[in-house]
Design a binder for this molecule. Sequence first.
Ligand SMILES: [Zn+2]
Length: 248
Amino acid sequence: MSMRTGSNSKQRLAAELCAVTRMLEDMGILQYSGHIAVRVPGENALMIQRRSDSRAELEPERILTVDFDGHVIEGDGKPPSETAIHIETMRMRPDVNASLHSHLDLAIAFTMMDNVQLVPMRARASRWASGIPTHPDPSHIKYSEQGRALAETLGPHHVALMRAHGLLLVAESLPALISDAVHFEENAKAQLQVMNAGAKVKALTAAEIEQILKMEDRPHHVMKMWNYYVRKGLAAGTVEKDWDLLEG
Ligand SMILES: [Zn+2]
């Protein structure tokens, strides 16, 4: 979210990347693996963590820049083995500036149920009104062809589940990505609660979604969520003060 002059600088993006990764790890949406990438504005390149760095302790100066051929063009170290997920998604989707690959338990659970489709239940899940596809390849995404196949499953949508493996969530910015990740998990929990209650799942209807979207102010909501989590992170020590990440 470029609300401040220069907020798209690589330094700023590296700090946002570290903050979002650490905060999502703290929430359990990322764990010992999984990663986030952010597009370098105007270049066929993205920024991503080193493969073996702890998601709980990322440092901006250790972030790598990787081109869309998978070569490290800035920084020293190896990117995650599944970097192709982010490269092929950003190559195919110019609107995507930030992407999350996580092995979120709840996302995986919904790929292992017969005849159950994860659907938008809660108001904020109207973000996924166009659909929540499931990618059939359960293996590690190591090659460009696999990344392309996943990006094709994602299509025009904002999330794809990965069978028995995890999810790919995409957004226009890192602050939007953390907001969406939180709401995605809330929605999956809500559906599971309904199913655990033995009740019939009542997804949002098309008319309800239309009404929700009419009232929606996404930039405001993203900024509110961003400041909430950054402040929380500052208090807990997951976000560092000198990253200067508060907005508005
Ligand atoms: Zn994975």
